[in-house]
Design a protein around this ligand. Structure first.
Ligand code: FMN
Length: 181
């Protein structure tokens, strides 16, 4: 990929993967390193990334993301890797700042880390999809996550078999203005 805009345009949420093609460990490690280097409010790094790539467990985690009734996330078993992001405590300064300014910095931070994962995956020739819809309790039990902790996102990664589709976005004038709202 030659420039960042092309990478950003190329990335899409992939919902079909080659289940028989594993993600190379070196690629996965580079993606995780990009996530670890993400910015966070007061450098709190309020995250823990659980890489789920053991087949049986990964399939159970995938099951916890899908709801048959609503037809949601039925594709997630195809992805060979799930990166489950657990929210950790922020540090004192981020916590204080978030309280004073009434902002959930940890959730912002984790969103940024998820974006790093997706863009790094794209750069490695891999597809990805961020999942916010899953059964948190089921996931917690499967991955031995302590009961007090929130699981914010599951980012799935693999070799995409999905065709590129055009981006559907609001018009530039609708979302961008200069010097006033
Ligand atoms: C926080 C968040 C949660 C999401 N949850 C899901 C999900 O549970 N299932 C899904 O198929 N896509 C999910 N997506 C993907 C969005 O639907 C997708 O990013 C959006 O439609 C734009 O499409 P694109 O990513 O292909 O550009 C999520 C994206 C974000 C950022």
């Amino acid at each position: 990929m030659d420039d960042f805009l092309s990478l950003a345009l190329q990335r899409q949420s992939d919902r079909a993967f080659d289940a028989s093609r594993p993600v190379e460990r070196e690629k996965l490690e580079r993606i995780l390193e990009a996530a670890r280097m993400s910015p966070s409010a007061c450098n709190a790094q309020p995250w823990h990334f659980i890489v789920v790539d053991e087949l049986e467990l990964k399939n159970k985690v995938a099951d916890a993301t899908s709801t048959r009734l609503l037809g949601l996330n039925h594709f997630t078993k195809q992805a060979p890797v799930h990166i489950v992001i657990v929210e950790e405590k922020v540090n004192l300064t981020s916590g204080f700042g978030g309280w004073v300014k009434d902002k959930n910095f940890a959730w912002v931070d984790i969103g940024i880390a998820a974006a790093h994962i997706c863009l790094a995956a794209e750069d490695e020739g891999l597809g990805s999809c961020i999942l916010g819809w899953f059964d948190e309790d089921k996931m917690r039990k499967l991955l031995d996550i302590p009961s007090g902790k929130r699981i914010l996102l599951d980012v799935i990664i693999g070799y995409s078999t999905q065709a590129d589709r055009p981006k559907k976005r609001k018009e530039t004038e609708q979302v961008i203005s200069y010097n006033k709202y």
